[in-house]
Design a protein around this ligand. Structure first.
Ligand SMILES: NC(=O)c1ccc[n+]([C@@H]2O[C@H](COP(=O)([O-])OP(=O)(O)OC[C@H]3O[C@@H](n4cnc5c(N)ncnc54)[C@H](OP(=O)(O)O)[C@@H]3O)[C@@H](O)[C@H]2O)c1
Length: 218
């Protein structure tokens, strides 16, 4: 049975992705920075959880050892700061750590095992606000981090082992703590494209950016 790790899987889109992957028959481990919140969500969903604070990369190897072999990695966790990027370097640093450096490090640690087993699916939760083609809208620190996550996705697609696909996803505007109550999509709708990418067969896309299962421009 394939095993998936979903970062920030304790709530929002990540929790809906975890539920969807369970429904597809995968084993799921949710990563959560608050171990208790992760355990609570995991008990509700009927899956496993591991404490995984993306701002503590030194703890990644131990967390991954606890999670077991990962076939599907969903880099879902995100943070959104609204202020000007130059006003608070700590917010910029956190944005880059959670949405660029941590995905890089998790991929660096996990992709070789995927390659050795000949199968891997990686989906990076990005945003239209990280798309140059769509004007790099949204708060600056968020947009820069998501644009960098997009670049990471495209660049790393060129060095993934055989059988490992990596893609970026814009989930749309989703009713979560980040998206707010006015958003047009449910968490389940926002989770759909990531689940679709995570369960693609051989010969599926890699190094692409998707929204609602359709490729979009970087
Ligand atoms: N909602 C939207 O409309 C929308 C649109 C475009 C893209 N996205 C992207 O979709 C992804 C999920 O968004 P969402 O709406 O579900 O957001 P959310 O409701 O705010 O949930 C964010 C998740 O990320 C986790 N997280 C934040 N910092 C972390 C850290 N240091 N270590 C581990 N986990 C951390 C949170 O954990 P805690 O519970 O501990 O805070 C939470 O589980 C994000 O990457 C977001 O940028 C969302």
């Amino acid at each position: 049975m394939r095993r998936a790790l979903v970062t920030g899987g304790n709530r929002g889109i990540g929790k809906a992705i975890a539920a969807g992957l369970l429904a597809e028959g995968l084993e799921v481990v949710i990563g959560a920075r608050d171990g208790a919140a992760g355990a609570e969500a995991a008990a509700e969903l009927g899956c496993a959880s591991v404490a995984l604070d993306l701002e503590a990369p030194e703890a990644f190897p131990a967390a991954l050892a606890e999670a077991g072999e990962i076939d599907v990695l969903i880099n879902n966790a995100g943070v959104l700061f609204e202020g000007p990027m130059l006003a608070d370097p700590a917010e910029f640093q956190t944005s880059m750590q959670v949405m660029v450096h941590a995905p890089y490090e998790l991929i660096r640690l996990i992709a070789p095992g995927m390659g050795a087993r000949g199968y891997g699916r990686i989906a990076n939760l990005s945003s239209g606000w990280g798309s140059f083609a769509e004007g790099l809208g949204g708060p600056n620190a968020y947009g820069v981090a998501k644009a960098a996550l997009n670049a990471l996705t495209l660049a790393l697609s060129r060095e993934m082992p055989r059988g490992v696909a990596i893609n970026a996803v814009c989930p749309g505007w989703v009713r979560t703590r980040m998206g707010g109550p006015s958003a047009n999509l449910s968490p389940e709708e926002g989770a759909d494209t990531a689940i679709w990418l995570a369960t693609q067969g051989a010969g599926g896309p890699t190094g692409k950016f998707f929204r609602r299962r359709a490729e979009i421009a970087w």
